[in-house]
Design a protein around this ligand. Structure first.
Ligand SMILES: [Zn+2]
Ligand SMILES: [Zn+2]
Length: 240
């Protein structure tokens, strides 16, 4: 009987045991969205890492913080990232944002949630996301980070709020040098509305973003949240 129920369920939910990445059928997938082979291709960032920004310190194992964090004061307490931004990880994040594979939000939120549970990275008053410019969001149809942040918030019962807005369409950050990135981002973010300062007053906030490149974007967002009363700001990204 159980077997029939199972095959019936597979009929209604045919995607359940099909890997979202390679489309292979595998009974072991269950609620994990991808097969073990694809899972093993997602390259985790291993210790030792910078305790502030999670940069790998493999080549400087004696340090506890990286050179960038020693040089520039970060506005966030701590930023965590799961994967190295290359190979399969880079490909699926790209497909999620630009190739209509919106369904990857399930896989990504699942991976982020598991990470947060394992690392006890869960004590936040609010969860928020790096905003897109209105026009860009309309064009893409969704905010890739907001979608993940909402799923995570729902799972842990942490209220999601849109705390920030993006003022003008900035030049694509990834094409710029670090100094140019900082200049490019000045005054780009602002609080979403005038209720935010009251809401975030003295709160610990988690910002979700897809990729941590130099950290300039999340640093700028953290700065604004703190200027508006937030106690501490933490960051979580899929990759860096
Ligand atoms: Zn696969
Ligand atoms: Zn660092």
């Amino acid at each position: 009987m159980l077997k029939y129920i199972k095959s019936f369920l597979e009929l209604i939910y045919p995607e359940k045991n099909i890997c979202q990445i390679c489309d292979t059928y595998d009974e072991n997938i269950n609620d994990k969205y991808i097969c073990n082979t694809c899972f093993s291709k997602l390259e985790r960032i291993e210790n030792p890492v910078c305790r502030i920004c999670n940069k790998s310190l493999r080549h400087n194992p004696d340090l506890t913080i990286c050179n960038e964090c020693a040089r520039d004061l970060r506005s966030f307490e701590k930023s965590k990232s799961l994967f190295s931004y290359k190979g399969t990880v880079k490909m699926i994040i790209h497909d999620y944002k630009y190739c209509n594979k919106t369904y990857y939000y399930k896989l990504f939120s699942y991976l982020l949630i598991e990470y947060m549970k394992e690392n006890r990275y869960i004590n936040f008053d609010y969860i928020t996301a790096v905003p897109l410019h209105k026009i860009k969001q309309r064009k893409r149809g969704f905010n890739q980070s907001g979608l993940l942040a909402k799923q995570i918030g729902k799972y842990f019962n942490i209220p999601y709020i849109d705390t920030l807005k993006r003022n003008n369409n900035t030049e694509k950050q990834s094409n710029l040098s670090k100094y140019a990135r900082q200049k490019n981002l000045q005054n780009v973010f602002d609080i979403a509305n005038n209720k935010i300062p009251n809401l975030v007053d003295n709160a610990d906030i988690l910002i979700i973003d897809d990729i941590f490149t130099t950290g300039t974007t999340v640093d700028e967002c953290s700065k604004i949240l703190k200027k508006n009363g937030a106690n501490r700001v933490f960051v979580l990204t899929l990759a860096r």
